[in-house]
Ligand binder design. Structure first.
Ligand SMILES: Cc1cc2nc3c(=O)[nH]c(=O)nc-3n(C[C@H](O)[C@H](O)[C@H](O)COP(=O)(O)OP(=O)(O)OC[C@H]3O[C@@H](n4cnc5c(N)ncnc54)[C@H](O)[C@@H]3O)c2cc1C
Ligand code: FES
Ligand code: FES
Length: 484
C-alpha cells in the first residue's frame, strides 16, 4: 500500500491551497511563519487563552459545520479537506464583519490582542446558531481570555448582535459558495514523510483514512505515537518540546467517529469529539451525564477536536471523564491488526500514566452500558474556574436501590486522589442498607482515608482530602433526600 503523499489540500479564506508542510506543524505556526498571516495571535501556545482561535468548516453527517479551534494545538495536517477561515478574511478595515462592527460599537477592544480570537469564536457560534442566548454566547466564548475589557462589553456586543443581526449575513457569500466543494473532497491516505529537525515537528505525520491503514502503519512504525485530537500531545510538543519521530493521526477515520446504540450499551468511537457527544441524540437520551461533563471540560475550542478516547488513553489521574466512566462500568475495545479484545475501564489503568494498551493496539471504541432508570448518578469537578481548568479533585457516583429501598449498586470513583483514577473499594460497604441509615460523616471519613492525594500546584494533600470528604458528603446528603 502506498501511503506517500506529502501535500495536503484545503481551502484557506476562500482559496484552494495545496501545501507541503513540515510534519506536525501547528496551524498557528503555519499561518504565522509560512503564510505571513499575523492576525491569528500566539499567546500561551497551549490552548488556554483563545488568542489563536480560527474556524474550520468541514462536512460532518451531511452538513457543513463551522467550528472554532485553537490553532496552536491543531496540527495543520488536519486541515486536509477542510476550509480554514482566519480573521484576515472576515472583514477589512473598510468593511468590517458584523461581529467586528458590534465589538466596535460596544468598545469591546482595548489593546486588541485577544480580539481576533473572540471574533472567530463568535463567528463559529453565529454561523451554527441563529440568535444564540446569553448562556450559549458565554459557552462559546469561555475559551477566550481578555485582560483589558472586563468581558461585559464583549458580551453586550454579542447579545446585541444576536437580537438584531440578520443571521444570513454572518457567513460571507464566498464561504457559502465553497461549501459544495467540501462535499466533493475525498480524504486520501496521507503521509508527510519529510524528515525535520525543527523543534516543533516530528519526523513523519500519517493521516490514515481507514483502520486497516492505521494498523499497517502501526506495524511498520512500532515507535509511532497515536495522535487523535492532539489537545494533550500538542501541548507537550509546544511547551515541553517533545519530539515524536512518527505520529499516526486517527481522527480522520470515519468508522471511528460514530456513536451507536447497541445491546451492550452506547458505543462511542475513538475519534468522536466532545462536541460530537454534545450533538448526539443518543447521548442526550441515554447518557445525559456525559453532557454535564462536557459543560465543565476544557473550552468550546478544545471540545471541537479533543476526544473521550484521548482522555482515557492519556491516563492522567485527573482526566475528567474517568471517574464518571468508571462508575458507569464502561469498557474499552482495544484493537490491533491481529486481534480485538474488550477490557473493563477499571483494569485499563496500571500505574501513573501506564495503561494496558499493548504494542500495535489502539482504543477503537468505548462501551458504556445504559444505567437502570432511577439510578443516582452524579459527577463533581472541583477547580478554580468553571471552564478551561484542570480539577484538583473530580469524583463520580452511581447508586441504585432495590424495590425495598436497599442499596444494590454502589460505585464511587475519584480522580486526582491517587496515581490513577480509581474506584473506591470501601464504598461497597453500604450495599444492602438503606441510604437514610448511612452514617455519612463516618463513611466519608473512611472513604477519604482510602485515598492519599499528593500536594501540587492545584492544591495541598490536606486540601484535596477535604474536597474528597466534602464531595462524598454532598452525594450522601442528596441520596438520603431522594424520593424512592
Ligand atoms: C486548554 C486545555 C484544557 C483542557 N481541559 C481539560 C479538562 O477540563 N479536563 C480534562 O480531563 N482534560 C482537559 N484537557 C486535556 C485534553 O483536552 C483531554 O485529555 C482530551 O480528551 C484529549 O483528547 P485528544 O483526542 O486531544 O488526545 P491526544 O492529544 O490526541 O492524545 C492523548 C494521548 O492519548 C493517546 N491516544 C489518543 N487516542 C487514542 C486511541 N484511540 N488509542 C490509543 N491511544 C490514543 C495519544 O497517543 C496520547 O498519548 C485540556 C487540554 C487543554 C489544552
Ligand atoms: S495561543 Fe493561547 S490558546 Fe493558542
Ligand atoms: S483587549 Fe487587551 S487582551 Fe483583550
Amino acid at each position: 500500500m502506498d501511503y506517500t503523499y506529502n501535500r495536503i489540500s484545503f481551502f484557506m479564506n476562500g482559496k484552494a491551497v495545496s501545501a507541503d508542510l513540515p510534519p506536525a506543524i501547528s496551524t498557528l505556526d503555519y499561518l504565522n511563519k509560512s503564510c505571513g498571516l499575523y492576525g491569528t495571535k500566539c499567546s500561551c501556545n497551549e490552548g488556554d487563552c483563545g488568542a489563536c482561535t480560527v474556524v474550520i468548516a468541514y462536512v460532518r453527517e451531511g452538513a457543513v459545520m463551522y467550528e472554532a479551534i485553537n490553532s496552536c494545538l491543531y496540527p495543520a495536517a488536519k486541515l486536509h479537506g477542510k476550509h480554514l477561515l482566519t480573521i484576515e478574511a472576515l472583514g477589512s478595515p473598510d468593511q468590517l464583519h458584523p461581529i467586528q462592527e458590534a465589538m466596535l460599537r460596544h468598545h469591546s477592544t482595548q489593546c486588541g490582542y485577544c480580539s481576533p480570537g473572540f471574533v472567530m469564536s463568535a463567528f463559529a457560534l453565529f454561523a451554527m446558531k441563529q440568535k444564540p442566548d446569553r448562556e450559549e454566547i458565554l459557552a462559546a466564548l469561555e475559551g477566550n481570555l481578555c485582560r483589558c475589557t472586563g468581558y461585559d462589553s464583549i458580551l453586550n456586543a454579542m447579545e446585541e448582535l444576536s437580537r438584531t443581526q440578520n443571521p444570513e449575513t454572518i457567513v460571507p457569500t464566498w464561504a457559502r459558495a465553497l461549501e459544495p466543494e467540501l462535499f466533493r473532497f475525498k480524504t486520501p491516505v496521507l503521509c508527510f514523510n519529510q524528515q525535520s529537525s525543527s523543534l516543533h515537528s516530528s519526523g513523519a505525520y500519517h493521516l490514515p483514512s481507514s483502520l486497516e491503514e492505521a494498523f499497517s502503519l502501526l506495524e511498520e512504525h512500532p515507535e509511532a505515537r497515536i495522535i487523535n485530537g492532539g489537545t494533550d500531545i500538542m501541548v507537550q510538543v509546544n511547551i515541553s518540546r517533545l519530539k515524536i519521530p512518527v505520529l499516526i493521526d486517527i481522527s480522520g477515520i470515519d468508522s471511528l467517529r460514530q456513536i451507536s446504540l447497541n445491546k451492550d450499551g452506547v458505543r462511542i468511537g475513538a475519534a468522536v469529539t466532545y462536541s460530537d457527544l454534545e450533538r448526539s441524540g443518543i447521548v442526550k437520551t441515554d447518557l445525559p451525564w456525559l453532557l454535564e461533563l462536557t459543560k465543565v471540560l476544557a473550552s468550546r475550542q478544545i471540545r471541537n477536536f479533543g476526544t473521550l478516547s484521548g482522555n482515557i488513553a492519556n491516563a492522567s489521574p485527573i482526566g475528567d471523564s474517568l471517574p464518571l466512566l468508571l462508575v458507569l462500568n464502561a469498557s474499552l475495545i482495544l484493537s490491533s491488526k491481529a486481534s480485538q479484545r474488550q477490557i473493563p475501564l477499571k483494569d485499563f489503568f496500571l500505574s501513573y500514566k501506564k495503561t494496558a494498551l499493548a504494542a500495535g493496539e489502539l482504543i477503537t471504541e468505548i462501551v458504556i452500558p445504559i444505567p437502570p432508570q432511577g439510578a443516582y448518578i452524579k459527577f463533581i469537578k472541583a477547580a478554580k474556574r468553571k471552564a478551561v481548568d484542570i480539577s484538583a479533585i473530580a469524583s463520580a457516583i452511581c447508586l441504585e436501590t432495590d424495590p425495598q429501598g436497599l442499596i444494590k449498586t454502589a460505585r464511587l470513583a475519584l480522580g486526582g486522589a491517587a496515581e490513577i483514577p480509581k474506584l473506591s473499594s470501601g464504598f461497597s460497604s453500604i450495599l444492602g442498607i438503606k441510604p437514610e441509615d448511612i452514617n455519612a460523616e463516618e463513611l466519608a471519613n473512611l472513604l477519604a482515608s482510602e485515598f492519599q492525594p499528593i500536594s501540587d500546584v492545584r492544591g495541598s494533600a490536606a486540601y484535596r482530602q477535604t474536597l474528597i470528604k466534602n464531595q462524598i458528603l454532598k452525594y450522601l446528603d442528596e441520596v438520603s433526600r431522594r424520593q424512592p
